[in-house]
Ligand binder design. Sequence first.
Ligand SMILES: [Mn+2]
Length: 317
Amino acid sequence: MLTVEKFRELVEKYDRIAVFRHTNPDYDALGSQYGIVRFLRNRYPKKDVRAGGEENSIDATFIENPDPMDEEWIKTALAIVVDTSNLNRLDGRELWLKAEEHVLFDHHHETEPPIDYNNLVEVDASSCAEILGQFLREYNEGKILPKDAAEALYAGIISDSIRFSINTTTAETLRTAAYLLDSGLNVNRINNKVFSVSMNAFRFANHLRTIAHYETPGMAWAILDQKDFRPFGLTARGAKTKVSIFGEIRGIQTWAVFVEEDDGTYSASLRSHSVVIRDIAERYKGGGHDSAAGIPSMTREECEEAVQSLIEKVKNA
Ligand SMILES: [Mn+2]
């Protein structure tokens, strides 16, 4: 397991440090990535610290887009990756693999192919950002973090813990958040950045509420074709994030949204309050957490099959 001492040794050894995250980065991925980038830039102004990845940020006015980087640059660098334990999900993995040494911070169960270097993985943590908040607190000898680094990490924690509302939230999550707030953060601003939605997305959510299935008590689900979300100007990825609207129904146990990708395959987001649904995701080469998991590239038949498996789970719960 990666210790603070070992990480300090690695960081001090390298003049070039790159921090990567997973594809389709959410705010835990972006917040964890920029939490480290901003902390290291502040602490070591002479080092060349860059953010890796090919995809853009969600909102570049809040968390910026990644930096340019090439093979020549990275071959003498330390490469860090956050929020994924699956090499196929690593945004910019060809460059990442060419770095001299590697570090991973994550809170996911390992999925093939794994990332196995200097690892700090805590699968019970609310967010990767929580792990990093604690880790950097120790690294920084308990002193407060630079405000921009603390802001990124706080965004990651509230994003993955859904504003401290799901079961992964612990006293330690709140203690870490309190430590980050000591940097003088504006919680209202960060909440708005992470949770506000466009009018189009809001209208789509209303549409999704009307077309979803609620026949099985304790369950809500929908399989969406492109025609269901394209008219609202949403991508498959944007549509899938709306799975969260079902979690607030009283008595709901499990919910899922399947969306048609541009290539005609379907991808899924499965959620639950208490039933473990990760096993169902793994059956289709997906993965994630016990109560929040995802599946890539499914056929429509597999989506219907997965719905049946979820229905069985709810009935037997
Ligand atoms: Mn995460």
